[in-house]
Ligand binder design. Sequence first.
Ligand SMILES: [Ca+2]
Ligand SMILES: [Ca+2]
Length: 352
Amino acid sequence: MNSQPIFDISDPQNPYVAKYFKPSFLMGGSDVAINIDLLMYGSAGYSSYLSLYSIIGPFNPSFLSYISNPGNFDSSYLISDNIEPFFISYGSDGFRIINVSNPALPVVKNYDFLKPIDKAYLSFPFLFLYSNQNLYLYDISDIFNISLLSSISINAGSIFYESPYLFLTSSNNLVIYDFSDPKFPYLFADINLKRSCSILNKYENELILGCLISDAQNKTLLMKFDISNLKDPILESMCYTNEYVYHLSRYKSYLFASQGSMGLNIYSDIKEDCIDSLGDINMNGKITSIDSSLVLQYIVGMIDLNEEEKCIADVDRNDKITAMDAYYIFQCINNNYENLPFIFRTPCGNKN
Ligand SMILES: [Ca+2]
Ligand SMILES: [Ca+2]
């Protein structure tokens, strides 16, 4: 029961199950992380645990050690920064730091002075902990004597850190803090995304967000930003996925998305060709009242639109063409940019 597949993804277009791997301790494992040749497999919940395997032979993991969770870290998750073999679990009763530098003899330290902990992010030696609307940054170089460096009062959604920047989603915004001096972080950029998103992946100058679509809860809008200029991220492409994206990893030029009942999907990229023309339904290089009237005519059934035109007409990206789309085009024509879901790339104007 509950064997875990190990995929060979040498050819990402034809992944196959190389082997089924049966972990030694099965209590509903929900999380997996790899640190060089160390595989960590564990579960959240009251009976949470962590087991460690050597994957020097990737298709023949060998059991190294096991840590049960004596505390009630009831929403514990396990995170790895892929550099240092440290793992964190956290929940309503505090957090624990597990140093697995020696996998045969993991070192564990529990802390309960800060709780409940809703989110955690590890980038050794930094540990970010989110509790009661505050994000705390600790230095955990010495896991028995950790020190608080700074804290930010914020409503944090998802958290991603890559020195020296901290990326956060907060309400409908993407917020970037500069932690060059970890004791004195400062707000670097605050971008209104007009929707609730979470950070799925950052790779070099690419930042991928997964956003909720109102009225379509089973869909995720993936948005890929070019963040070469952090002060002014550029929305490069978007696409819809048919099911919520829980995790997204990049391997070479492929994106691996775990999508609940749809399983693991492999995407070649996030592409949508119509983004440059968004709002310009008749594709004459200008967004005008003709475009908004075309949207309205489509809604009432007077005209039909082809697939590309439909893509261009759905300016608020909710996968439906409604009066809101026409409204946003009107706003653009009237130079009222404040409430637009995105900045249109095509110029807006009164002249047809
Ligand atoms: Ca036009
Ligand atoms: Ca729409």
